[in-house]
Design a protein around this ligand. Structure first.
Ligand code: UD1
Ligand code: CA
Length: 466
């Protein structure tokens, strides 16, 4: 059996009141459409997935083209039925079609597989995935021929419900399976006689029933999986759902997440056992944290890899960086792109790093900027040290060997190299390379004027008396 999947993603999403196309809005750190494509990719190969795009088509295509799916254009968005009409030429060759909505992002591959299997077993022309959530909201309702039979009479859109039909709790998820032959034989019978003047795919239920075809419904086990995201509020509900699911998975793997409802953890994040995540932490993108580590409150970590026994104190911002086992970061440190913090190294408060390699056991504990620098093992970088990596035109590198001591408030003017075991006097401006084991002083010599302060006080007192 040739099976294809169509994902409807051409709509504008008027209810969002957003400039961005609805299916590009993110939950769990990932676009709605990408969630749907990923689930669909577990059922068929990406080249058997057809995404119907229309509103902001270029942007939508660009955002997901790496997945290898194909695209179908629906230039004017005249309804969900019209979306499938636009896909007809591309998907005719498939015997069976699954139709998914780009704005129903929590749907699991297992549920898609169940819909497919049920549809095939029932030999139906159309199978509707339904649910019975607490609140049937503005969903369309599914009218069965009789309460416990799978056969369906029709789907009625929310706005067209009679008071009697409003009592029906079974909603249409907007996810269907179709046999292509009857679908495309009858799809042109759809009419625009409804409140939106659109071609509704939902009307195919009645059209097919009237043509003597079998239309059935399958109720999803978990209603949350088929919830749609039409407003920001609905999206944030699904976002919370998804992140809580991620938090539960991590907790099941031995991670302690204090007040998980306050954390923002993206789906793909991995964390080792016995690590503690404190309240109000964000772990984003492809972040990995080892075992027995701790991330304290208000830290944001994105696309970074942390080892075991790492401590990230309060209020750190860590992006595209790496922290080896036993590293200590913060509080209030900022690790930017390409920072690699070595084993047991310390990066303290108000320290900013960028493209930094900090060796094993080295410390930069206070008020420092280290950029484009490679620093060896057991180096002490004093408070207020700055690598002057930028000359106004180009960036230059600073190389510091093992066991170097950099005195406080030093400016290291790159390009610069400091040999192993060297010692930089506090307050120095270092502009020339320093050989191993040398002492470099780059500041003016101190002058001390004995009695000067006392004399000044005496002079000031005399003036006041005048
Ligand atoms: C639809 C169903 C409704 C169901 C609900 C479930 C119809 C008429 N109604 O309503 O019964 O309860 O989904 O979530 O189908 N789209 C296109 N082209 C268009 C219009 C829409 O591709 O011309 C896409 C949208 O981008 C979206 C999906 O189809 O991804 C559903 O459209 P939407 O407008 O959100 O339909 P609902 O009003 O939610
Ligand atoms: Ca919708």
């Amino acid at each position: 059996m040739r099976l294809g999947i169509v994902i409807m993603a051409a709509g504008k999403g008027t209810r969002l009141k957003s400039k961005r196309a609805k299916v590009l809005h993110e939950i769990g750190g990932k676009a709605l459409l990408r969630h749907v494509i990923q689930s669909a990719s577990q059922i068929v190969a990406p080249h058997d997935i057809y995404v119907v795009v229309g509103h902001q088509a270029e942007q939508v295509e660009a955002a997901v083209k790496d997945t290898g799916v194909r695209f179908v254009r629906q230039e004017e968005q005249r309804g969900t039925g019209h979306a499938i009409q636009c896909a007809e030429a591309a998907v005719r060759g498939y015997e069976e079609l699954l139709v998914l909505s780009g704005d129903v992002p929590l749907l699991k591959p297992e549920t898609i597989a169940k819909l497919r299997d049920f549809h095939i077993a029932e030999r139906a022309a159309m199978t509707i995935l339904t649910a019975a959530p607490e609140d049937s909201g503005s969903y369309g309702r599914v009218l069965r021929k009789s309460a416990n039979a799978p056969e369906v009479k029709a789907i009625v859109e929310h706005k067209a419900l009679t008071p009697e039909q409003s009592k029906v709790r079974e909603i249409n998820s907007g996810i269907y399976a179709f046999r292509s032959e009857p679908l495309f034989k009858h799809i042109d019978e759809l009419k625009t006689e409804n409140s939106h003047g659109e071609l509704y795919l939902t009307d195919m239920a009645e059209v097919l029933v009237n043509a003597g075809e079998r239309v059935v419904a399958l109720e999803a086990e978990r209603p949350t999986e088929v919830l749609g995201a039409n407003t920001i509020a609905e999206m944030m509900e699904l976002d919370g759902e998804l992140r809580m699911e991620t938090a539960r998975r991590l907790m099941a793997e031995g991670v302690t997440i204090l007040r998980p409802e306050t954390t923002v953890i993206d789906e793909g994040v991995e964390i080792g056992a016995d690590t503690v995540i404190e309240p109000f932490v964000q772990l984003l993108g492809a972040t990995k944290i080892g075992a027995e580590s701790r991330v304290r409150s208000y830290s944001v970590i994105e696309n970074s890899t942390l080892g075991d026994h790492v401590l990230v104190r309060q209020g750190c911002l860590i992006e595209d960086s790496m922290i080896a086992n036993g590293g200590f970061i913060g509080p209030y440190a900022r690790l930017r792109l390409g920072s690699e913090i070595g084993e047991g190294a310390h990066v303290g408060n108000f320290v900013e790093t960028k493209k930094l390699k900090l060796g094993k056991g080295s410390k930069a504990n206070h008020l420092t900027y280290l950029g484009d620098a490679e620093i060896g093992a057991n180096v002490n970088v004093g408070a207020g040290t700055i690598t002057c990596n930028y000359d106004g035109v180009n960036k230059h590198r600073t190389l510091i060997g093992d066991g170097v001591f950099v005195g406080s408030d030093s400016t290291l003017v790159a390009p610069l190299s400091i040999g192993d075991g060297a010692y930089i006097a506090a307050g120095s401006s270092i502009t020339e390379d320093v050989p191993a084991d040398a002492l470099a002083l780059g500041r003016s010599r101190q002058t001390t004027k004995e009695g000067w302060a006392k004399n000044r006080r005496a002079r000031d007192a005399a003036r006041k008396k005048l």
